[in-house]
Write a protein that binds this ligand. Structure first.
Ligand SMILES: *Cc1c(COP(=O)(O)O)cnc(C)c1O
Length: 355
């Protein structure tokens, strides 16, 4: 295997417990999108005997995949379910998000709805899914009067906590404060990663929903970053090396050429593995802690780099190359995206190795 993703499960647990210590709230580990690309089954399996009360995924299929692998955890589906998925989610015992009057109607039409485990979603400013705060009293009454299930959670989502939008974020938290002490509801939660790291003192909720931070990454600078340990590394090995005898075009489209004497290495990783094509002509990878520049276009299955003078005598076929690590946000910013996108696009073809 020449391109692989190394995942340190202990460090995930470490990060979750650091977050619990920092916030004095319990975590709902977010393992949606295949645990941000790192492997939801393996991670859920590892965490399943560590006493977390609830885990969060995005949709019914993600919850089902985990359940069908024989892992026994309590799972919240954070996305909106259509009538069909809602029924199946309830049958399977998953906790569901109820975020609109259409959802309430679908609950009414679900035969088993009395067994449903409901988290009510409040839209405090994200503008994605969720009831307006003005509707919440009526929603709670409606669920109770019609025996539509147990309200075990109420939550909201922050839209801009990583963008230094203090006033806006505090207004979101403030709108949610009405519910944060409601002891009749077991799970009360609003903070995602930037909320956890910047606003944990501003809310009395009893749970938080860390995603990217449990995997060791923050999208913003924070002195608290040092409580997190790195969790993953995307790695490959040099499979081909050449010294250019003259100036030579490298890769598709002749967009760049190497100079006479340059040492060019070919790596068995391309955009089909998740190395974003926008890193063509200028992205970097690391060998022996030295930055090496990607030359020419990233191909589907291979990518070429220039070996810097300083390490040219120490590099051979089989030398390990670091593609992404916990500094992935720096790489992401170079191409106008965020770490989450790069992580979730690491393809199935890349072997996951758990340590
Ligand atoms: C993805 C997601 C999270 C986790 O967000 P991070 O910023 O990665 O911690 C939390 N809550 C909801 C509703 C989400 O969709």
């Amino acid at each position: 295997m020449r391109t692989w993703l190394e995942i340190n499960l202990n460090n995930i647990e470490h990060n979750l417990s650091q977050i619990e210590k920092l916030t004095n709230k319990k975590v709902i580990p977010v393992i949606k999108a295949n645990a941000y690309g790192l492997g939801s089954i393996e991670i859920a399996k590892y965490l399943s005997n560590k006493n977390y009360d609830l885990y969060a995924v995005a949709n019914f299929n993600e919850a089902l995949e985990i359940k069908e692998s024989g892992i026994n955890i309590k799972t919240l589906i954070m996305g909106n379910n259509d009538a069909h998925d809602l029924k199946l989610a309830i049958e399977n015992g998953f906790s569901v998000t109820i975020s609109s009057w259409d959802d309430i109607k679908n609950l009414e039409n679900t035969p088993d709805s009395t067994n449903s485990l409901i988290h009510i979603k409040v839209d405090t400013g994200m503008g994605r899914i969720g009831f307006s705060p003005d509707d919440i009293e009526g929603v709670i009454q409606n669920i109770k009067n019609n025996s539509l299930g147990t309200i075990e959670g109420i939550y909201s989502h922050l839209s801009s906590a990583d963008d230094n939008e203090d006033d806006f974020t505090l207004s979101q938290i403030n709108q949610f404060s009405k519910y944060e002490n409601n002891k009749n509801i077991q799970f009360r939660h609003i903070l995602n990663t930037p909320g956890i790291f910047k606003y944990y003192k501003n809310t009395n909720t009893n749970f938080v929903r860390p995603g990217i931070s449990m995997y060791g990454v923050l999208l913003f600078d924070s002195p608290l970053k040092n409580i997190l340990k790195p969790v993953f590394k995307l790695k490959t090995k040099i499979i081909y090396l050449k010294k250019l005898q003259k100036e030579t075009f490298i890769s598709y489209g002749k967009t760049e050429s190497g100079k006479k004497g340059d040492i060019i290495a070919t790596l068995p990783i391309g955009y089909a593995d998740g190395l974003d094509r926008r890193f063509s002509n200028g992205g970097t990878v690391k060998i022996l802690d030295q930055e090496c520049k990607i030359i020419g276009r990233v191909c589907m299955d291979m990518t070429m780099i220039v070996i810097p003078e300083s390490i040219k005598d120490r590099v051979k076929i089989g030398t390990e190359v670091d593609i992404y690590d916990e500094e992935i946000q720096t790489a992401a910013e170079k191409i106008g995206t965020i770490a989450d996108e790069l992580m979730t696009r690491i393809n199935k073809r890349v072997q996951r190795r758990y340590v």
